[in-house]
Ligand binder design. Structure first.
Ligand code: NAD
Length: 265
């Protein structure tokens, strides 16, 4: 447990929570008192994340979901409410990162890849909002935090579907924030730069041929981010500390999207 308890009595769902940013967020919310459903398409990963939370004294349950499946997403909310009695927080975080290698430009990329990336990253985020909002309204409101990306603000020769999906997540965040502000629901986003587990970064730095080095360039911080740093921002946006913040997209990117390339070559 931490010395803060911003989420005591609250119930959260985190998608894509078996690994990385989602796992770190689920852990932090639970450490600060939330009961958390750790949702992932890979149930074994979700179960491992739940074990890590339990080892810290937190309350969590694992649930399989493919966020692009409307029926599964409704079950995610229904089962969470059945288990913990309510829903206060949703972190829409899952993304189809397994598609990245096939996600090229609009001519060379295949249509199946485009549709899967949009279905998971953007439609999955919309479905999360769609099924969570009624449950949140039933308890007087709640907080949604969506994981976007620095890629939402750039062009690139590849990852056209990914970048487009994340720009859509930023827009969707504003639409949900606008439609439900008067009923007690806030909706915000985080846009991470390149984020890699600390242990992986340390192992890479000590490797004979480090592969993460090129990604550091451009991050004004001079390093990559850690999942816990994004989790801290998600927890802030999900908490009452951010009661006056909605429709925001908070860049947690070590300054990656700040300098003009014209003046910072
Ligand atoms: N790591 C980065 O550098 C970075 C940068 C910007 C944005 N992001 C975003 O952060 C989020 C988390 O990324 P991460 O780096 O922690 O990834 P990760 O690969 O560590 O975790 C993603 C998790 O999502 C799960 N998942 C994939 N498809 C799913 C689906 N259809 N339904 C449910 N779960 C599914 C995976 O099984 C995995 O456990 C993603 O939205 C990603 O786009 C990451």
């Amino acid at each position: 447990m931490t010395d803060r308890d911003r989420f005591t009595g609250r119930v959260a769902i985190v998608t894509g929570a078996g690994s990385g940013i989602g796992a770190a967020t689920a852990r932090l919310l639970a450490q600060e008192g939330a009961a958390v459903t750790v949702a992932d398409i890979d149930l074994a990963r979700a179960a491992n994340a739940v074990d890590a939370i339990a080892a810290l004294g937190g309350t969590a349950r694992a649930q399989h979901v493919d966020v692009s499946d409307p029926v599964g997403m409704q079950a995610l909310v229904d089962d969470t409410v059945a288990a913990y009695g309510r829903l206060d927080i949703l972190h829409n975080n899952a993304a189809a990162l397994d598609q990245n290698a096939r996600d090229q430009d609009v001519v060379t990329g295949d249509l199946d890849t485009w549709e899967r990336v949009l279905a998971v990253n953007l439609t999955g985020t919309m479905l999360g909002c769609r099924v969570a909002i009624p449950a949140m309204l039933a308890v007087g409101g709640g907080a949604i935090v969506n994981t976007a990306s620095a890629a939402a603000f750039y062009g690139s020769r590849t990852l056209a579907a990914y970048g487009t999906s994340k720009a859509g997540v930023v827009a969707l965040t504003r639409y949900v924030a606008t439609a439900y502000a008067d009923r007690g629901i806030r909706c915000n986003a985080v846009a991470p730069g390149v984020v890699v587990d600390r242990a992986v970064q340390e192992a890479d730095a000590g490797a004979p041929a480090p592969r993460l080095g090129p990604y550091v360039a451009g991050h004004l911080a001079g390093r990559l981010g850690y999942p816990e740093e994004v989790a801290a921002a998600v927890a802030y946006l999900a908490s009452d500390d951010a009661a006056f913040v909605t429709g925001e997209c908070l860049r947690i990117d070590g300054g990656l999207t700040v300098p003009s390339p014209l003046h910072h070559p």
